[in-house]
Design a protein around this ligand. Structure first.
Ligand SMILES: [Zn+2]
Length: 419
């Protein structure tokens, strides 16, 4: 088999890993409760008008979703407490903050989006030429369901009108199905859209290319995936779906665990002896580049630049794998030579633009720290696979010595004096 793209799916952990040319490229994990695109019949449980937000109960036991009211201007009726409303998850939850929801529901497939509850509108992307627009106009006038918004985007060089028609019809069917379900439901909160599986996310992100091998744990699982691929109209040429033998299947979760743990570790070795340390806090991520083995003072200019360049490549790779976003501060090994500083910055800038979408250099501080910003796309690896450590309550360190949990009696007295 002539391929170098593998997607390994682990059902139990709701996780998939993607390899390209033997390199780990991406790790995907589906949230156990809330996923972007899910549609719920939710219940309004709190309205904070001064903050412009409302809280919507989506699940009896899990966090409530929150809705930013000023973004919902189209639905500008006054929400009532206890009211049932149909909402869609537009942003995943971050840490303790629940997912962001909206009433402006979008159903989309490939180049077509429909808004079943929005104002009646038809929008074509600007990139279409005149004749394409005329053609689309005819199609949408004939086929558009009433009181629905439609947006059509250009993907690829030419528009395939038949594909647009097909997508439009499928989305309309989907919307009717959802509508029917809403009418039948008599208890909220309720998940209306089908529960997403990891394969749905893989399809949505278009991660399956030609010559991809998808490896699953069992025959039943591989058959299920085959069905999904067929129903999602994906071109079937040269996609291989395999399942591993029983022994391998049993060892599979261990292997995944090993990968995840490696990705959670702060320290990463570089091939040339140096290493980087990635530390994530709530506000920002700091990355320290260390020369490691060699003595900084004795090292040549070239060696230091070389370690910094290698570190840059690994940093970008790790940011991608770990899905780290927000402010990232990098402390490179000091370089005195200005030309070296410039080459490093140029290299970093180029690599960011090429391989890390939504990222850029913000500033370089006086003491040589480089600040990057990266737009948030999805949960980072820490949100996916960790929770706060109960032993140290997030401190990350253990206090020296033996500690008694019981407070001495005079403590209360002292604390009343010193506050
Ligand atoms: Zn701890």
């Amino acid at each position: 088999m002539n391929t170098n793209r593998y997607i390994i799916i682990e059902k139990e952990k709701k996780t998939a890993i993607l390899y390209n040319s033997k390199n780990l490229k991406q790790i995907l994990n589906i949230h156990s409760t809330y996923n972007v695109g899910d549609i719920y019949l939710g219940q309004v449980v709190n309205i904070l008008n001064n903050l412009n937000v409302a809280f919507i109960k989506l699940n009896k036991w899990k966090q409530n979703g929150f809705m930013i009211l000023k973004d919902e201007y189209y639905f500008n009726n006054n929400l009532r407490l206890g009211e049932d409303i149909v909402v869609q998850i537009m942003k995943e939850q971050v840490g303790k903050k629940g997912p962001t929801v909206t009433r402006n529901i979008i159903l989309d497939y490939e180049n077509v989006k429909i808004y079943p509850y929005s104002r009646d509108h038809v929008v074509f992307e600007k990139k279409f030429n005149f004749s394409e627009k005329q053609c689309l106009k005819t199609v949408t006038t004939l086929l558009k369901p009433k009181k629905v918004g439609i947006e059509i985007k250009k993907k690829g060089k030419r528009i395939n009108i038949w594909q647009v028609i097909k997508n439009l019809r499928n989305l309309e069917k989907k919307s009717i199905l959802i509508e029917g379900k809403i009418r039948k439901i008599n208890c909220s909160p309720y998940l209306i859209s089908p529960r997403q599986e990891i394969i749905d996310i893989i399809l949505k992100k278009k991660l399956i290319e030609k010559d991809t091998v998808i490896i699953t744990q069992s025959k039943t699982e591989s058959l299920k995936i085959k069905k999904k691929l067929i129903s999602s109209q994906i071109k079937k040429n040269k996609i291989y779906i395999e399942y591993c033998n029983e022994k391998l299947s049993r060892n599979y979760p261990c292997y995944l665990e090993y990968l995840i743990r490696a990705l959670l570790k702060p320290s990463i070795k570089l091939n040339n002896g140096g290493h980087i340390i990635i530390e994530k806090t709530e506000a920002l991520t700091s990355i320290d580049v260390n020369s490691g083995g060699f003595n900084k003072l004795k090292s040549s200019r070239e060696t230091i630049l070389w370690v910094n360049l290698a570190a840059t490549k690994e940093i970008i790779n790790q940011l991608k794998l770990r899905n780290i976003s927000g402010i990232i501060v990098i402390d490179f090994i000091d370089m005195i030579n200005q030309n070296d500083q410039l080459s490093l910055l140029e290299y970093l800038d180029k690599q960011l633009r090429l391989t890390l979408s939504g990222s850029k250099i913000i500033q370089i501080s006086e003491i040589g720290l480089v600040e990057i910003i990266k737009q948030r796309e999805e949960r980072n690896i820490y949100d996916m696979f960790t929770k706060q450590c109960q032993a140290c309550q997030g401190l990350g360190y253990k206090r020296n010595g033996k500690l008694s949990n019981k407070l001495p009696e005079y403590f209360m007295e002292l604390s009343s004096i010193f506050g």
